[in-house]
Design a protein around this ligand. Structure first.
Ligand code: FES
Length: 243
């Protein structure tokens, strides 16, 4: 009696190995129900490549640390189901526009340095002795700030931005969105300084309004909206009009 062994369904995966001068290596990973790209990377590490370097923490779309390029698109790998990728091999690479450390791990330092350069540090305008600030949630400024406040610094927008790729001096969408929330935050004592930094060298005027940042933001924020607001404020300041 013939007993033919059935081949288990599997994914062909190409993963970047090594540093910038490395190369893609191919792996085959058994297919599972509800499998995410992060599951695939973890399977490769457990089965074939124990020295594979990659980052993750929460696995549920909260921390943003698992961001990688998946088939050329920046994504949170723990929230990207393999079934959404369509047919063909899955190609997984480190996030674009950041220095490469090893395998799928990038150096995030330049990304956070740009937050500082954009004036992204909150400086309170009140002391502990002052009464709590009374800010109406319905005020236009508060709503503008709230629209960008949920950014968790995953750098997906930074990797998606072509201007960052062309111009390493450009502060990028996340840093400028942070600046936009602060110039609208009535409690921030450094609004003028933040505005000056975000509209100065490397700032908002470099944006080409392609909106790749908004298209790829995993939590649906629109850095391009904030950058447009900074541009308006910059123009208003140039013509001596109120921001
Ligand atoms: Fe935290 Fe993916 S591991 S968002």
């Amino acid at each position: 009696m013939g007993c033919e062994e059935q081949e288990q369904p599997a994914h062909d995966v190409r993963i970047w190995r090594g540093r910038s001068d490395g190369a893609f290596r191919s792996y085959r990973v058994p297919a599972r129900d509800n499998q995410t790209v992060l599951d695939v990377v973890t399977a490769v590490q457990r089965r074939d490549a124990p020295d594979l370097a990659y980052r993750f923490a929460c696995r549920v779309g909260v921390c943003g640390s698992c961001a990688m390029m998946v088939n050329g698109v920046p994504r949170w790998t723990c929230r990207t189901h393999v079934s959404r990728l369509g047919p063909g091999p899955i190609t997984i690479a480190p996030l674009r526009n950041l220095p490469h450390i090893k395998d799928l791990v990038t150096d995030m330092a330049p990304f956070f340095e740009k937050w500082q350069r954009a004036g992204g540090k909150f400086t309170g305008s009140a002391s502990r002795a002052d009464a709590l600030a009374s800010i109406s949630p319905a005020s236009k400024k508060r709503q503008q700030a709230d629209a960008g406040i949920e950014c968790i610094n995953c750098a997906v927008c930074y990797a998606a931005c072509d201007v960052v790729a062309w111009n390493e001096d450009y502060l990028g969408p996340a840093a400028l969105l942070r600046a936009w929330t602060l110039v609208n935050d009535e409690r921030h004592a450094g609004q003028d300084e933040t505005r000056k930094k975000a509209t100065g060298d490397g700032g908002c005027s470099n944006c080409h309004a392609q909106a790749n940042c908004a298209r790829h933001c995993p939590v649906g924020l629109s850095p391009s909206h904030g950058i447009a607001g900074l541009k308006r404020q910059s123009l208003a300041a140039m013509f001596g009009l109120g921001a």
